[in-house]
Design a protein around this ligand. Structure first.
Ligand code: FES
Ligand code: FES
Length: 168
């Protein structure tokens, strides 16, 4: 069964030990997804699988057979940047850029979680409306590290894109 990557079907690797991260980077040459720690600690490898954010260094490529994988190369549509990509530029949400693909994929997945009403560790209401406060944003994005310290711009970009109103 094929894996769909950014809209195109590709054959899964024969070696069941290959991580999704290595499959994307080494086989598909999609180098936008970054390898930071390779052990689930930094978030640089975050991609979307069936709309959910996952750490591709901790997933096997064969687990994605029949599923829809979106990497940073697939978030722009019709030649236009995703609004969050533009917001990262507008708010200086990066310096070296190494964490940026993971930050953007993670934030897109995070916004979908909020739309579903999924609570986080800091949510006051576990069963209801989740408003995307800065505290919520910081908590929900805490799995994506930025060694350059661009977090303020990152949070601004995500807030502008996904939050109707984010209290200071
Ligand atoms: S490379 Fe996957 S979490 Fe760091
Ligand atoms: S922009 Fe350099 S690690 Fe985040």
């Amino acid at each position: 069964m094929a894996i769909t990557v950014n809209g195109s079907g590709v054959e899964a690797p024969r070696d069941a030990r290959v991580s999704l991260l290595d499959f994307l980077r080494e086989t598909m040459h999609l180098s936008g997804t970054k390898k930071g720690c390779n052990q689930g600690a930094c978030g640089a490898c975050t991609v979307l699988v069936d709309g959910e954010r996952i750490l591709s260094c901790l997933a096997l490529a064969v687990q994605c057979e029949g599923r829809d994988v979106v990497t940073i190369e697939g978030v722009a549509q019709g030649g236009a940047l995703h609004p969050l990509q533009q917001a990262f530029i507008d708010h200086d949400g990066f310096q070296c850029g190494y964490c940026t693909p993971g930050q953007i994929c993670s934030a897109i997945g995070m916004a979908a979680e909020v739309r579903r009403g999924a609570p986080s560790h800091v949510s006051a209401d576990l069963a209801g409306d989740v408003s995307l406060t800065r505290e919520e944003l910081r908590e929900r994005m805490s799995g994506n590290l930025c060694r350059c310290g661009a977090h303020n711009g990152i949070i601004e970009a995500i807030a502008e894109t996904f939050a109707a109103r984010v209290p200071a």
